[in-house]
Structure formats: structure tokens, C-alpha cells
Design a protein around this ligand. Structure first.
Ligand code: FES
Length: 701
């Protein structure tokens, strides 16, 4: 403690005496049931700079927030540390609260003692309380050094670019246009409609609801709307700029169009994943087709003589590489019903692993059974086999219910395959500087908090560009994305987050690393070769700051000094028993939170520091942790290629390799530095990493 007092001046660089208030939440019994909250409060009172500490039953309740505002005013607090749940859900609320109390929201620091402590260390209350104290100490150490920040206000006009003219894109365009804004709808093919143009029907009744009629009705609305400008056979040549100020160049039907755009909606749709040649005799025998090919055959009326049809579900899905294809069960049941409706004497089998159908689709499942469609469940590990014999095709399947193999003759085999992002996806990704996930779809900002947004302000996504969807879901998302982008257009401005890079040009030697590595092109250089941050483009990932050899770039709210203060506070006592972790705010912290939500229990050794991206972690902080005797150092970020800052995790990976070499040269054990990639849903992975580190680095002794 004395070290800390010596180390951190409680007069900050803005020459005001720092007065930190610490608010520790019980979260009912969620935290207080494990952590000794009164002890944490008492401990907080002794930390340097802390003038006030209090316990709250439910700190996020309306009454508690009002009390907090009172305390901020009464105690004249100019820094606030909240120790409660995860910042991923509650930080905006507390930021708003301190702002309303007259405090700059950048003077708030958030400490997670629920997801990172009480929920994951339930059987060891003493150790959990000690960890909670450490995390509060780290939070206070950073809070002392916090500086005021400010949002960046940008003007936003009324022109929206919609990339993709499928059902989601058309729905978005209509909604944008109905609100009085201009919609520029860009479609790569010669007709609007997207993947629905390849489909016979969207419901289980092929006569009542032909897909072509739905497309036609929507297209007529689009064509008739005066605020919608449609470009078909169009390709986007370039996109420059940021929200409120995009310059877009299009090539459409041989002509070039230059557009000034304020917001963008990505609705590029999806494409079918071609099965491997030879798998289930696909590519060897023309009678083995995919669902989408079947739709084409149905549309062309080519199925009159197929007597025995076997549908095989989950082809290429639900394995280690890909999850559920989302719509396969629905599509297989729909098409089975149509096959029977066209010829009731036709034998139709659906071979499946699990049937994932939502409530209102169950009616169709029963309907299919009622028409005589046979359902056979096979084990996950034993996919059916297709054989070509003299008599024709046959399918050998292990029927779980019968407990034995059966053979089914087939005139036609239909494979229910998965989907991936449309073929324009990589181009669009590069143009807009947005992220994709491991299944080849675009990655939303946050699965719950920003499901229709990209991290870049003013750019939304919807429909099958995100993952496979039904028609209804696509249209709903198109409208949702339109609503998201219309908010800044309606306001006429946007306030962007002030977590951005700042360059001290007095130290800069114009080496060019920063602007060459910035994933967003947010650093420009003039003729004098001096870099300048375009704040509207900067997303605050910190890649430039961590790689700057002159250390002249800093990130607002995540400065080197603030991160260093957290490192030193974390390792002040018993460093050899601790794992100092840097976790990115997005997937890695999501994984940490998921471990908490799932109540996965793991050792208490971790002391985590939040950074926006794994790319923010400079080698010098890792070295400092080693110097201080950390038992282990962990850097955790998003899985490839899902970094929310496009290339941040790639930059991190190569930096960690350099760090290991440097550490080894200095005589440290580089194996104590671990790197892990974790999805926001992968709580078990994070918990396992902590267990493995403790075990392999011998930290439990
Ligand atoms: Fe997670 Fe970049 S945001 S690694």
C-alpha cells in the first residue's frame, strides 16, 4: 500500500486533487453471498486517493443510482470506481449516472467482481474476497490516472447506402425511404430478390406462397418509391470516409456513379456451401443434389419421375468447423411436403441428427408426417452412406430407433448443406473495414448489445449477411437495421466514443509504422510525413500505440501509464501466485463473463486487465509483469478472424512471438506467457485456460 501511495501521485496531470469514490455492489447475494463486501469496502477506504467507499445492495437500481449521484456531489468526488457486475452490460448505465452527477464519464472505472469473482470462486470466499480487493485496488490505481475525455460530434446527412438487394436489403431500403431519407440500393446481379430468386416457395404450401410473387410484390414497392435509387449489375469500386461523410464510387451497368453517403447497411446475403465432390456421391451422380438445386428443379418442373427421394440433413454442419446451419431442418420439412404434394405416392425420407424447429414450425413437422414423410434419426458420428448400384442409388443409414442399419432406395438424394457469406463478402469487408466470423459471415458488434451494428458507427448489417435466416427474420432484420441507421440521420449528428489514439508529435520520428498498421486507415500523413489521427475513423483498438517504437501514441482511457498502474497494483503482493491477464473487451471478456454466467469454477489466481483489443498490449507491459515476478501472463483476444478491429488479433499474435523472443533473451521463461483466443460464448475455454495455467505453471503450490 505504501508503495502505491508513493508511486501514484494523487494530484493528476490536470492539477486537481484526486478524490476517488468506490461503490461496491452486493448484487443481492450474487456478490455478497461469496465476497465479504463490507471488508472490500473497508479495504477500499485505505487505498490512495480514495475519500469515500460504500456498499450497495443493488447498485444499478434507480434508488442506488440516485444515492450514488448524491454521494458524488456531497463528497466532491472526481473519480468513481464501481465494483459490481460486468462492464459489458452495465458500463453505459453507470457512465450516464456519473455524467448526470456532473462528472465526466471518462473518470469512471469499472471493476467486475461478479463474473470474475463471486460466480467463479463460489467455494473459496476468503480467496474470492482477496481477489475482489486486488481488482478494486487495480481499478483505483487506474482511476487516479484517468483524464477527462470527450465524445466526438459529427454531422450526419440523410443518405443511406444499402449493399445487397435481397429481401433484407429491400426491407431496409423501404423503411429508410418511408422515413423520408434517401436509400441507394446496390445489387450485384441484374435483379432484386437475392437468394429468394432461386427458391420455389417460402412456406410449406407451394401453391399459396410462391417465392416469385413475394419478390415481385416487394420489388414493385421499391421501384415505385421516389426515395429509393436502385443500382443493379453494380459493384462498389471504393468507399472512403466515415459516418456522415462517406464517398462511394459505384460501377453500375457500365456507368460510374459517385455518391455522398452518411450511413451504410450491409445486406449482402449468403451462398450455399458446395458439398465436397464425392461426398454422398455428390458430383459423381447427377441424382445427388443440394436443397437449393432441388428448389431450381422444382421451379423448372423437373421432378415428375422421382419416386424415392431421400433427404440427408446436417451435411457439413454441426461439426468442429461449423455450427448448426440454422434453416436446414425447416427447409427440408418444407421441401419434403412439397415433394409429397406434387406426387402423394412418392416416398420421401428425411434422415436427420436433431430436428431444430421453432414452435410454429412444429405444425409443418406434423403436417409432413401426416402426408407420409418418413423421419429417420441417425447418430452424430455415423452419417448415412450413399451407394451407386446397378439398380440405382441407395442410402444406408443407422436408424437410432430401430438400433440397426437400413437401406433405402433413392431416385434422388437431396443434401441439406450449410451456407456462408456471399462471394462479395471479402470485398465489402475490405471496403468498410468490418469483421467476419469463422463461418464466413459478417460479425456484429455485440451479440446482445449491438446485434445489427458493426463497431464502425453508422454501419449496420442485417439478414443472411449475418447468418442464415428465414424470410420473415430477414425482413425483420432489414427493418431493424434501417431503424438503427436512421437514428443519427434523424438527429443530424452522432457522438462517437472518445476512446481514440493521440499522438505526441514532439516524440514522433515519422517512422510510418502507425499509419501503415492502422486497420481503419485512421492515421493520415501529410507531405511533411507527420502522422495525424482522424478521430472520426479511429476506433481506439490501440494497435498503433502498442507498436509505436517511440511510445508517442496513447489511447484515451487506456494509456500506457494507466495500464502499467493496474499491472503494478495487481502484482504488489504475492506476484508469483498470480496470473496477470490482458483480455479484450469483446470476445475474450465475453468468454470470461460467460464462464461467470455458467458458474464455471476455476482457480482464483487471475487478475484481469481489460483492453479494447488484444492488439493494445505492448511488450513493455508484459516485460514489466515478468520483472515484478508474475507467476504467468495471459493475453486473450477474439478468435480468428473475429477481432472487432479487423486485424487486431493478428497483430497481437505476431507481437507475442516477438515478446517471447525478447523475454527468452533476457533470461525469462517465455513459456509463462500464454496467448489464447476465445469466443464470447466460450466460457469453458477461458475456465480451462486458467486451470491449465495454474497447473502447468505450478501456481497452486
Ligand atoms: Fe478481441 Fe481484437 S477485439 S482481439
Amino acid at each position: 500500500m505504501d508503495n502505491l501511495k508513493k508511486k501514484y501521485s494523487i494530484v493528476n496531470s490536470q492539477s486537481s486533487i484526486v478524490r476517488v469514490g468506490v461503490f461496491v455492489c452486493d448484487c443481492g447475494s450474487n456478490i455478497a453471498g461469496v465476497v465479504d463486501v463490507p471488508a472490500v469496502v473497508e479495504y477500499s477506504k485505505g487505498l490512495p486517493g480514495v475519500v469515500f467507499a460504500d456498499e450497495g445492495k443493488w447498485s444499478c437500481s434507480v434508488d442506488a443510482l440516485a444515492d450514488m449521484q448524491e454521494s458524488i456531489k456531497e463528497q466532491n468526488l472526481n473519480r468513481v470506481v464501481i465494483a459490481s457486475c460486468t462492464p459489458r452490460t452495465h458500463e453505459p448505465l453507470f457512465k450516464q449516472t456519473v455524467k448526470e452527477a456532473g462528472l465526466n464519464p471518462y473518470l469512471l472505472e469499472f471493476v467486475s467482481i461478479r463474473e470474475q469473482v463471486s460466480w467463479v470462486h463460489m467455494g473459496v470466499p476468503e480467496e474470492a474476497t482477496q481477489k475482489a480487493k486486488d481488482l478494486v485496488k487495480m481499478g483505483v490505481a487506474k482511476a487516479i490516472l484517468l483524464e477527462e475525455g470527450e465524445e466526438i460530434r459529427l454531422p450526419v446527412g440523410k443518405d443511406c447506402l444499402i449493399i445487397g438487394g435481397g429481401m433484407a436489403g429491400m426491407s431496409a431500403a423501404l423503411n429508410i425511404a418511408d422515413q423520408g431519407f434517401n436509400a441507394y440500393l446496390v445489387e450485384k446481379s441484374d435483379a432484386l430478390g437475392g437468394i429468394l430468386n432461386q427458391v420455389l416457395t417460402v412456406t410449406h404450401d407451394h401453391i399459396k406462397m410462391p417465392a416469385a410473387n413475394i419478390v415481385k410484390a416487394k420489388r414493385e414497392l421499391v421501384d415505385a418509391h421516389p426515395n429509393i435509387h436502385v443500382y443493379t449489375n453494380a459493384e462498389i469500386a471504393s468507399v472512403e470516409g466515415y459516418i456522415g461523410n462517406y464517398k462511394v464510387v459505384l460501377n453500375a451497368n457500365g456507368d460510374q456513379a459517385d455518391l455522398n453517403i452518411s450511413t451504410v447497411i450491409v445486406a449482402t446475403g449468403m451462398r450455399q456451401i458446395e458439398p465436397e465432390k464425392g461426398a454422398f456421391q455428390y458430383g459423381n451422380d447427377p441424382r445427388v443434389v443440394t436443397q437449393l438445386q432441388l428448389e431450381g428443379m422444382l421451379k423448372r418442373g423437373e421432378l415428375s419421375d422421382a419416386k424415392d427421394v431421400v433427404i440427408i440433413n446436417c451435411v457439413g454442419s454441426k461439426n468442429e468447423e461449423r455450427g448448426c446451419c440454422s434453416i436446414g431442418c425447416h427447409v427440408s420439412v418444407k421441401n419434403a411436403q412439397i415433394l409429397k404434394a406434387l406426387n402423394k405416392d412418392r416416398n420421401v425420407h428425411i434422415l436427420y441428427r436433431d430436428l431444430s424447429m421453432v414452435k410454429n414450425e412444429q405444425i409443418h413437422l406434423q403436417g409432413a408426417k401426416g402426408t407420409g414423410v418418413k423421419f429417420i434419426r441417425f447418430p452424430d458420428s455415423r452419417y448415412p452412406e450413399v451407394a451407386q448400384g446397378e439398380a440405382g442409388l441407395s442410402v444406408n443409414v443407422h436408424d437410432i430407433l430401430l438400433g440397426r442399419e437400413i437401406e433405402i432406395p433413392a431416385d434422388l438424394i437431396v443434401l441439406t448443406v450449410g451456407f456462408t457469406g456471399d462471394e462479395t463478402m471479402d470485398d465489402v469487408r475490405g471496403l468498410l473495414k468490418v469483421s467476419a466470423n469463422s463461418e464466413g459471415f459478417f460479425q456484429e458488434r455485440h451479440i446482445k448489445l449491438g446485434p445489427l451494428d458493426f463497431p464502425a458507427d453508422g454501419v449496420s448489417l442485417c439478414g443472411c449477411a449475418k447468418n442464415p435466416k428465414t424470410l420473415k427474420e430477414s425482413c425483420e432484420e432489414g427493418i431493424g437495421a434501417a431503424m438503427r441507421t436512421s437514428i443519427p440521420m434523424k438527429n443530424g449528428f452522432i457522438e462517437a466514443d472518445g476512446i481514440v489514439a493521440e499522438i505526441d508529435l514532439s516524440l514522433c520520428n515519422s517512422c510510418s509504422i502507425c499509419w501503415k498498421r492502422c486497420p481503419y486507415g485512421a492515421i493520415k500523413v501529410g507531405e511533411d510525413k507527420r502522422p495525424e489521427v482522424i478521430k472520426a475513423l479511429c476506433k481506439g483498438c490501440g494497435l498503433c500505440a502498442a507498436d509505436c517504437p517511440k511510445e508517442c501514441i496513447t489511447i484515451v482511457h487506456y494509456t500506457d501509464e494507466q495500464l502499467l498502474a493496474q499491472v503494478e497494483a495487481a502484482l504488489e503482493e504475492n506476484p508469483d501466485k498470480k496470473i496477470l491477464g490482458f483480455v479484450c473487451h469483446w470476445c475474450a471478456l465475453g468468454g470470461v463473463d460467460m464462464a461467470g454466467v455458467s458458474r464455471l469454477q476455476y482457480p482464483t489466481n487471475g487478475r484481469l486487465i481489460r483492453v479494447m483489443c488484444s492488439a493494445r498490449v505492448p511488450i513493455k507491459l508484459i516485460e514489466r509483469a515478468y520483472e515484478l515476478g508474475a507467476g504467468g501472463v495471459l493475453v486473450a483476444g477474439c478468435e480468428f478472424p473475429t477481432c472487432h478491429y479487423i486485424t487486431g488479433n493478428y497483430a497481437c499474435e505476431s507481437r507475442i512471438k516477438r515478446a517471447k523472443k525478447k523475454l527468452a533473451k533476457k533470461g525469462y521463461d517465455a513459456d509463462n506467457l500464454w496467448l489464447t483466443w476465445c469466443s464470447a460464448a466460450d466460457g469453458p475455454k477461458f475456465a480451462n485456460v486458467m486451470r491449465d495455467m495454474v497447473k502447468e505453471l505450478g501456481l497452486s503450490k
